[in-house]
Design a protein around this ligand. Structure first.
Ligand SMILES: [Zn+2]
Length: 161
């Protein structure tokens, strides 16, 4: 059962990356974008996202992966919550914002790492995330930034059909 979950997570991790690349292609940056609810609006000031689609999207891409796994895996909700963890650490780039250090997010399943936005650091040639520094994350307010999470979920599901 866990191997099934892990291979699904592996597949969805790539599917989420592809979906964000498709959304970046459709956006093209503020000079080209005609989507009033484009998820890149508040991300990097709507700069052309095509060269590095997942830049600053670690939270929404990770939460999209989490909810897609929840939707598409057939384990019980209880088992799912025990097994699949959202992880958080300070961003490897050392970037800060008004609320302090920027965070990097990913998914851990039994010690296996699924990090959809990892490519942003490879493309940006910055320091890479050290997943051993991660702490389990949960929000008392449920999923945040749903206006960014939902389009990624939708596009991923569209691509999988
Ligand atoms: Zn856009």
């Amino acid at each position: 059962m866990k191997t099934q979950l892990i291979s699904l997570a592996d597949e969805l991790n790539f599917a989420v990356r592809d979906a964000v690349a498709d959304l970046a292609e459709a956006c093209g940056g503020k000079d080209n974008c005609t989507n009033p609810s484009c998820l890149f609006h508040k991300v990097t000031r709507h700069k052309d996202p095509r060269p590095n689609p997942l830049l600053n999207l670690c939270y929404p891409s990770t939460l999209a992966l989490y909810h897609l796994l929840e939707m598409l895996s057939d384990i019980s909700r209880d088992e799912f919550k025990k097994t699949v963890r959202v992880m958080k650490a300070d961003s490897p780039t050392g970037a800060r914002h008004a609320k302090g250090a920027m965070k990097h997010f990913w998914i851990d399943i039994d010690g296996e790492v699924f990090d959809p936005s990892y490519t942003q650091y490879e493309i940006g040639k910055t320091k890479l995330p050290d997943h051993s520094l991660g702490k389990a994350y949960s929000s008392p307010h449920g999923t945040l930034k749903t206006e960014r999470v939902k389009p990624i979920i939708k596009q991923t599901l569209l691509n999988l059909i």
